[in-house]
Design a binder for this molecule. Structure first.
Ligand SMILES: [Zn+2]
Length: 148
């Protein structure tokens, strides 16, 4: 990745619980990667398929031999939602905000959810190019997105 984008400003307001690693350790490599500003997805050592979110076995060939590989962090908007109605009390005054489902062409077109930074009323289109923005918190780094 040529330019790294980092923010320490939380997209979502105080009071919203942050995503956290699962207690079973399945997604621990993903979260270790985000702390190092690396976007990691699973790749099957047997058939080469990419997958995200993390699973214990490959969805294509059912192999348990999975590795973690780095994506460039550049993707395309596969879908988005401009949220106007609060789904949590901390979001009461926050709307609208943007949730995006981003497809990663360099990682088998796996998809990841995040927020789209910038004006919440920006003109987003399916297929828009986006890149990762690392949202650093004390215990966790979140994956957010911005249009490029
Ligand atoms: Zn496989």
């Amino acid at each position: 990745m040529s330019v790294e984008h980092v923010t320490t400003v939380s997209y979502l307001p105080e009071g919203m619980p942050l995503p956290a690693p699962m207690p079973d350790g399945l997604d621990a490599p993903f979260w270790e990667g985000t702390k190092q500003h690396k976007l990691l997805v699973q790749r099957c050592k047997t058939c080469g398929s990419f997958q995200f979110g993390p699973e214990w076995i490959c969805h294509k060939c059912r192999s348990g031999e999975l590795s973690w590989v780095e994506s460039s962090g550049r993707g395309k908007v596969y879908a988005f939602e401009r949220v106007w109605h609060p789904v949590h009390k901390a979001l009461k005054e926050r709307g609208p905000y943007l949730i995006v489902l981003v497809e990663l062409p360099d990682a088998g077109n796996v998809r990841m959810v995040g927020n789209l930074l910038g004006d919440p009323q920006q003109d987003v289109k399916i297929g828009d190019s986006v890149e990762v923005v690392w949202e650093d918190h004390t215990d966790v780094t979140l994956v957010q997105w911005q249009r490029i």
